[in-house]
Design a protein around this ligand. Structure first.
Ligand code: MTE
Ligand code: MO
Length: 372
């Protein structure tokens, strides 16, 4: 059993798959804290968790022709300027179960919890690449990452991002060795992972073993044959993975974490809570909430966390206290977020449905009963 050595996990996690381990926190725990506690941070593993020794761990950074390749220990990484940022990480498959309800898709049945937020610390990727002699001359190049987790044939997890993002100090791409003030937990990439603010979870390669600059995107399955979006008309017989770009920045997203679907709420006043986030550093500027399925709207109160322009890497938590209209027996609660490019969420799943069930960001809907 290649999974025998996997770490012990928190019992509150909702498990979608045991081997490999995939799990999300329940909605009400997800927005209890702005920073997700490490033990309940969602986990998305494609392979068994490697057990790496921090003493012998080395990160290989391939240098350019005429430059120097680096073989970095953890202590070597600590010598680069330490950079710390709050970043929300979301899986492309978050909220996939809502797509499944519309029409079958292939993938793990994530509810709304394949998203979490942490304070990450590490070396900036641009500093490490510069030390190896890389420059931003090849504007079309890509930085490829390889994990130290692998399948029985020895194939490692891999992904890539454009070199332009990697070399941009303002993009704040990290080689992170700390998560919320602790060494990374094993499930989240101990001892080193990539953190790419504003970009889909799949590029945040865990258990990082190798970094190289290549003329093409990573040839990994997860870069080329997965994590891409398609028209609702495309099925598994007609899909051409080469025809679509790999997902990088994610679209605007929000969801309701309280109350839960099917719950009974008191008459009088109802409190609604949730999260909202957008990719690419775009800030969430507003969350609209409806109690009547989208006929009339209230504006939710956003938390006070500071959002830097074009570097809003972390989610906003929001809440709304609203009177329950007299005589109502049920409420169709809906939320939708707006980001600072005025991108909005689509109202239904149908026009964004895709065979892999990624990029699921339709208005989130929760149906509750009102206590008599
Ligand atoms: N890195 C490696 N090496 N192996 C993986 O399976 N999964 C990716 C990414 N990095 C993965 C990986 C995916 S799809 C996601 S969504 C995030 O890690 C999840 O990170 P988390 O488990 O820390 O939440
Ligand atoms: Mo993912």
């Amino acid at each position: 059993d290649p999974y025998i050595d996997d770490p012990v996990r928190h019992p509150a996690l909702k498990v979608n798959s045991q081997r490999p381990f995939n799990a999300e926190p329940p909605p009400e725990l997800l927005t209890e804290n702005y920073i997700t506690p490490n033990p309940i941070f969602f986990t998305r593993n494609h392979l068994p968790v490697p057990n790496l020794d921090p003493e012998t761990y080395r990160l290989h950074v391939v240098g350019p022709p005429g430059g120097q390749s680096l073989c970095l220990s953890l202590d070597d990484l600590y010598k680069f300027p330490r950079h710390e940022i709050t970043v929300t990480l979301q899986c492309a498959g978050n909220r996939r179960s809502e797509m499944t309800q519309f029409k079958e898709v292939r993938g793990l049945e994530w509810n709304i919890g394949a998203i979490s937020t942490a304070r990450w610390a590490g070396a900036r990727l641009c500093d490490v690449l510069a030390k190896a002699g890389h420059q931003l001359c090849e504007t079309e190049a890509h930085v490829c990452f390889e994990g130290l987790d692998s399948d029985p044939t020895g194939t490692a997890y891999g992904a890539s991002i454009p070199l332009a993002r990697a070399m941009d100090p303002e993009a704040e791409v990290l080689l992170a060795y700390e998560m919320n003030g602790q060494p990374l937990p094993r499930d989240h990439g101990f001892p080193v992972r990539v953190v790419v603010p504003g970009v889909v979870g799949a590029r945040h390669v865990k258990w990082l073993g190798k970094v190289s600059v290549e003329p093409e995107e990573s040839y990994s399955h997860w870069q080329r044959r997965d994590y891409k979006g398609f028209s609702p008309s495309v099925d598994w017989d007609t899909v051409d993975f080469d025809s679509a770009p790999s997902i990088q920045e994610l679209p605007v997203q929000s969801a309701i974490t309280e109350p839960k679907d099917g719950e009974t709420v008191q008459s009088g006043e109802v409190t609604i809570k949730g999260y909202a986030w957008s990719g690419g550093g775009r800030a969430v500027v507003r969350v609209d909430v409806s109690l009547d399925g989208g006929l009339t709207w209230h504006v939710a109160e956003l938390d006070g966390e500071e959002q830097r322009p074009r570097k809003a890497w972390a989610w906003r938590l929001w809440q709304l206290q609203a009177p329950v209209p007299a005589g109502r027996k049920e409420l169709n609660i809906v939320c939708k977020a707006v980001d600072d490019s005025y991108n909005v969420q689509p109202d239904t799943v149908a026009p964004i449905w895709n065979l892999r069930g990624v990029l699921s960001n339709a208005w989130h809907r929760v149906h509750v009963h009102v206590a008599p």
